[in-house]
Write a protein that binds this ligand. Structure first.
Ligand SMILES: [Ca+2]
Length: 89
C-alpha cells in the first residue's frame, strides 16, 4: 500500500500543478457548492490525484478523520486550507 507520505505528496502535486491556488482546487471539487467537501467529493479529488482506486475509500476516510476538526464529517474550506498547509511541511 502506498505510504501516507506518498499519498499526501500526490495531493500536493495535484493542487500545485492543476490549480492556480488551493482555493481554486477546493471550489473545483466542491461540486455541490456547499462550501464543504463530502466524502464523495474527496474521493473524486483522490481520483484526480491518481490515487489507486482500491484505496481511495480508505484514504478519504483517513483524511476526513485527520482534518475534519469540527467533526461534521465534511471538510470545510478552513479545514482544507489548514490541511494543505500541513501537507506542504
Ligand atoms: Ca468539518
Amino acid at each position: 500500500m502506498a505510504s501516507k507520505k506518498k499519498i499526501l505528496k500526490k495531493i500536493q502535486i495535484l493542487i500545485t500543478n492543476q490549480f492556480d491556488s488551493p482555493e481554486d482546487a477546493f471550489n473545483f471539487f466542491d461540486k455541490k457548492g456547499s462550501g464543504k467537501l463530502s466524502k464523495t467529493e474527496i474521493v473524486n479529488l483522490l481520483k484526480q490525484a491518481e490515487i489507486n482506486g482500491f484505496i481511495r475509500g480508505f484514504v478519504s476516510t483517513k483524511l476526513i478523520e485527520g482534518y475534519d476538526k469540527d467533526g461534521d464529517g465534511l471538510i470545510s474550506w478552513k479545514e482544507f486550507k489548514k490541511a494543505v498547509a500541513e501537507i506542504k511541511d
